[in-house]
Every structure is written in structure tokens, then in C-alpha cells.
Design a protein around this ligand. Structure first.
Ligand code: KIV
Length: 295
């Protein structure tokens, strides 16, 4: 399913970016972005943006806007399904949400997040669940958390033909072990651990790695030391790419958002306003008007 009347390569955002010589945003024309495109972007020094998406409608908007990579994050737990953390999210939920995002897009590379408990048991369990996301939902890659501790699993998935995005630094599935969401990699020992994690996932064959909540200087150093692209979230401007949770970046999230979030819109306010206006008009009898009425 795609509700867009335009092919993604024809969207204004894609055309504008293409005219500036940006290949991920426009020059990739009428096909899916691939992990090879992302590797080539790193070679050229071209930065790119990744957003989360949890449904076909929103994913279609981001696809039309020229966002080259969409992550069906297990942040769906907090942002979409009403949980406090990502921990309760299941494979069934991730499969359903990922399938919707794939259906809603034509051009973006769609990455399905592997939820807590779906890959830590054994590499065999990881392969079974990654294959499910690829076969049932149609995602083009998967993401999982952990550096050195997940390297063996990443290696097995990659050998089996599953493109893997790794996720190091702050790993939200470990929220209860970490006692919250603290910045990672501060101090010599923690910085060395982060660097070892980054090297381990690259060595294991990951095509990219998310660096979450890491000091900017360390993230830049890691980015320069790797051949695969780094995707920063709360990791400063020195990464190859940036990701934000879409509800945060569009101002849909209620209450406080992390320091690293920039709100590019105030959708919660706009949507609430539209709902209040609708209810007011229903109460006062001005909706539906004659133009909304059949006779
Ligand atoms: O689940 C998610 O949305 C993520 C991103 C924040 C990287 O892991």
C-alpha cells in the first residue's frame, strides 16, 4: 500500500536534494535505498537522516519527504503502545508494526528492531526472529542492542544474509540494569569499552551502528575510526547520520523530552486543537455544514 500520488523520487524534498547533488535524498531514483547506498554515503562524507515509524500512514509521510532510512524501533513501546519502557515489546507487535511501515513506503530502507528477549538467548533464536521480521514483515534489515556481547549473534545473522544495524552506548532494553537512561562512555574506562564495542560490531559485519547518549567527542572519534556509518542519537554532530524518534521530533510526545531532542513541529498541540475545534462545532451544531451533507 502506498497512498502517495507521487513516486518518492519525484517528491519536492527529493528533487531539491537531488539538485544539490545529494544522492541518498534524490539520486537513488525509483528503488529502495540499500545498505550499499549507506556505505557509499560514508565514503562520500554525505550525512543522512533516519526517523522511527510505527505505522503505514506516518511512514508514507516520511518516505515522501525523502527520509532514506526508517527504523521501526522498539521505542514503539513508549511512543505507540503506551508502555513505560521498551522491555515489554514482543515479536508479534514488532512484526505487525514493521509490516505496516514496509507497506507504507516505496523508497526507504526499513529496519526492524529486535525486541528485548528476542535475540539474547542464542544466535539460533536471533536468526529465527530476524528471519521472521524479514519474511513476515518484509523489513530490509534488523537492529539489535549490544556491542561485544552481541558480536557473535551479529556475525551469525550477517553470515545468514541478514543486514544488521548494531546499537551501542545507551541501550534502552537494559534500562533496569542501568538504573535509568544515563549518558554512556564517560571516563577513560567507559570510553575504551565503547570503542571496543564499536570495533566488535564492525568486525562482526554490522552495516551500521547507532551510538546513543554518548559524549560528542567520543562519538566523533568512534565515527572516524570506523568504516561503517555511525547513527547518532544524543551523540553530537560528528556522526555520519542522525536518528530521532518521530514523536519526539514532531512534538507529539507528552511532557519532557530528552536534552538531545529538537522539536521540528508542535503536532500534539495542532492535533489537540483540531480535536477541540471539531468537538466545539459538533456541540454548537455548526458541523456538519451543508457542504458536508448528502441529500
Ligand atoms: O527503538 C528506537 O527507536 C531506537 C532508536 C532511538 C535508535 O532504538
Amino acid at each position: 500500500m502506498n497512498t502517495s500520488p507521487l513516486s518518492p523520487a519525484q517528491t519536492p524534498a527529493a528533487a531539491a536534494a537531488a539538485s544539490q547533488g545529494s544522492t541518498l535524498y534524490g539520486g537513488v531514483t525509483n528503488r529502495r535505498v540499500t545498505v550499499r547506498d549507506l556505505a557509499a554515503a560514508k565514503q562520500r562524507g554525505e550525512r543522512w537522516a533516519m526517523l522511527t515509524a510505527y505505522d503505514a500512514l506516518t511512514a508514507g509521510v516520511f518516505d515522501e519527504a525523502g527520509i532514506p532510512v526508517l527504523l521501526v524501533g522498539d521505542s514503539a513501546g513508549n511512543c505507540h503502545l503506551g508502555y513505560d519502557t521498551t522491555v515489554p515489546v514482543t515479536m508479534d507487535q514488532m512484526t505487525m508494526l514493521s509490516a505496516a511501515v514496509v507497506r507504507g513506503t516505496q523508497r526507504a530502507l526499513v529496519i526492524g528492531d529486535m525486541p528485548f528477549g528476542s535475540y539474547q538467548e542464542s544466535p539460533a533464536q536471533a536468526l529465527r526472529n530476524a528471519a521472521r521480521l524479514m519474511k513476515e514483515a518484509g523489513v530490509h534489515a534488523v537492529k539489535l542492542e549490544g556491542g561485544e556481547r552481541s558480536a557473535h549473534t551479529i556475525e551469525l545473522l550477517v553470515e545468514a544474509g541478514v543486514p544488521v544495524m548494531a546499537h551501542i552506548g545507551l541501550t534502552p532494553q537494559s534500562v533496569h540494569a542501568l538504573g535509568g537512561y544515563p549518558v554512556q562512555g564517560r571516563g577513560d574506562e567507559a570510553a575504551h569499552k565503547l570503542q571496543r564495542d564499536a570495533k566488535a560490531v564492525q568486525q562482526a559485519g554490522a552495516f551500521s551502528v547507532v551510538l546513543e547518549a554518548v559524549p560528542a567527542e567520543l562519538a566523533q572519534h568512534v565515527t572516524e575510526s570506523l568504516t561503517i556509518p555511525t547513527v547518532g542519537i544524543g551523540a553530537g554532530a560528528g556522526c555520519d547520520a542522525q536518528v530521532l524518534v518521530w514523536t519526539d521530533m514532531a512534538g507529539m510526545t507528552a511532557g519532557r523530552v530528552p536534552k538531545f531532542v529538537k522539536k521540528f513541529a508542535e503536532l500534539r498541540e495542532a492535533l489537540g486543537g483540531a480535536a477541540r475545534e471539531f468537538a466545539d462545532e459538533v456541540r454548537e451544531g455548526s458541523f456538519p455544514a451543508p457542504e458536508h451533507t448528502f441529500h
